[in-house]
Design a binder for this molecule. Structure first.
Ligand code: AP5
Length: 212
């Protein structure tokens, strides 16, 4: 059966490559990329009450409370572009209560992509990650360096991208991941995320091509 407006979830440990793969997926499949972490960072940047509260949890590598994050994601999923083009949900749900909430609102994915990356690689990826505030592109000083001096000069680093904080984020991930996976076990495709980013994409592309 061919699916017109694909609904995809992507999950994996911190720095497993979710954002990087979402760039490649949206370029080819035109889905709307909805990243819980990006929505939260936008609230922080705007200085809203929710943003201020969320930052306290993000600083500690903890999950932000559902009362902030669930409606935020639900509202984005309900926007006309997401309904029309289909969506690619990144970093949500991160607990069984978030998964249940989505289900109750009627959002059901066609495929659940799990990026599998060994922990020692994750720390290396986090500390070298940089972001281009102009294009929104994700770089890595070693694995995906900027194309020009001009871009290199304006790269920024996320406030939770230190070795100490990624360990806390990883603990939170490890505590919650099984309960989420068990709810989607029939539609999970597990991908080796330790490979080169184009090889990782090739694995994902194969799974998506079967649906589209
Ligand atoms: P979030 O923003 O979702 O962060 P995360 O899950 O820790 O994931 P990252 O964005 O760090 O990594 P990524 O997997 O996207 O990797 P990337 O592609 O950038 O969440 C942040 C915080 O917000 C949470 O800690 C929590 O507090 C809160 N939050 C978010 N969602 C929530 C929710 N649902 N409920 C409650 N709280 C929530 O890649 C990483 C680096 O590696 C880059 O430099 C990249 O260039 C490089 N790289 C990528 N792929 C490869 C490759 N194949 N080979 C070599 N290098 C690679």
């Amino acid at each position: 059966k061919k699916i017109e407006n694909m609904k995809i979830m992507i999950s994996g440990a911190p720095a497993s490559g979710k954002g990087t793969q979402c760039e490649l997926i949206t370029k080819k499949y035109g889905l709307v990329h909805i990243a819980a972490g990006d929505l939260l960072r936008a609230e922080i940047a705007e200085g809203t009450e929710n943003g201020k509260r969320a930052k306290e949890y993000m600083e500690k590598g903890d999950l932000v409370p559902n009362e902030i994050v669930v409606m935020m994601v639900k509202d984005r999923l309900s926007q006309p572009d997401s309904v029309e083009k289909g969506w690619l949900l990144d970093g949500f749900p991160r607990s069984s209560s978030q998964a249940t909430a989505l289900q109750e609102f009627g959002f059901k994915p066609d495929l659940f992509i799990l990026l599998d990356v060994p922990q020692d690689i994750l720390v290396d990826r986090v500390v070298g990650r940089r972001l281009d505030p102009v294009s929104g592109k994700i770089y890595h000083l070693k694995y995906s360096p900027p194309e020009s001096e001009e871009i290199a000069a304006r790269l920024t680093q996320r406030f939770d991208d230190t070795e100490e904080k990624v360990k806390l984020r990883l603990e939170t991930h490890n505590q919650n991941v099984e309960s989420v996976l068990s709810l989607y076990q029939d539609i999970i495709v597990k991908v080796d995320g330790s490979a080169d980013k184009d090889d990782v994409f090739a694995q994902i592309d194969k799974a998506l091509a079967k649906l589209s």
